[in-house]
Design a protein around this ligand. Structure first.
Ligand SMILES: CC(C)(COP(=O)(O)OP(=O)(O)OC[C@H]1O[C@@H](n2cnc3c(N)ncnc32)[C@H](O)[C@@H]1OP(=O)(O)O)[C@@H](O)C(=O)NCCC(=O)NCCS
Length: 165
């Protein structure tokens, strides 16, 4: 991020309409049918772990983290991560992930999961969950179910159904 001044801020209630419009433009109405979306309906994003990216006053990106459990173990579900198309490929997405993971770790969380591209999220420490070890409450491509450990070994011995916390 060197050509534009970017700030990452905690989300506020006033951001909700702009984020909703960004989600609508990015994912369309099909988002409501996605398994991760349906899980989030019951596991509302944590306001203290959700962030916006701004250039000046313009909201150009958003990230949410929601509380879930894998079996009995507490974890956070990342997503959606969305960046305004005109501002992509400038590190906004990476900056949002970095900030959200940093805050999650600072608040004592040790596991973050998501459904997304390993090629992208791998850069932030996410790895594929071995098939069958953790199951989403609906259809998900197993190659896209990823986990990041915020503490060494945090995923050791963790398995089970992913559900709202
Ligand atoms: C995915 C998304 C958040 C990335 O945001 P961004 O601000 O453009 O990302 P960054 O600038 O931090 O990173 C860009 C890099 O990631 C790569 N990248 C982007 N999407 C990728 C993907 N799906 N798979 C692999 N690499 C990807 C880019 O090619 C670029 O690579 P480079 O650094 O080698 O040039 C953004 O493209 C977006 O909002 N997409 C639509 C919504 C979406 O798919 N969200 C993720 C699933 S919830």
């Amino acid at each position: 991020m060197n050509d534009i001044a970017l700030t990452i801020l905690p989300e506020t209630p006033a951001d909700a309409p702009a984020i909703e419009r960004l989600h609508e433009r990015t994912f369309g109405p099909g988002r409501f049918a996605k398994t991760a979306y349906r899980l989030r309906e019951q596991a509302a994003p944590r306001p203290d772990l959700s962030f916006t990216a701004r250039i000046g006053t313009l909201l150009v990106g958003s990230i949410w983290l929601s509380p879930v459990r894998i079996g009995e173990t507490k974890a956070l579900l990342l997503g959606p991560l969305t960046v305004e198309p005109a501002f992509r490929e400038r590190g906004v997405g990476q900056a949002l992930i970095e900030r959200a993971l940093q805050e999650a770790k600072a608040k004592g969380h040790s596991l973050v999961i998501l459904v997304g591209d390993e090629a992208y999220y791998g850069k932030s420490g996410f790895k594929r969950i071995p098939p069958g070890r953790a199951t989403m409450p609906g259809p998900v491509d197993p190659a896209r179910l990823l986990v990041a450990e915020l503490a060494a070994g945090a995923f050791d011995g963790v398995s089970g159904a992913i559900r709202p916390d």
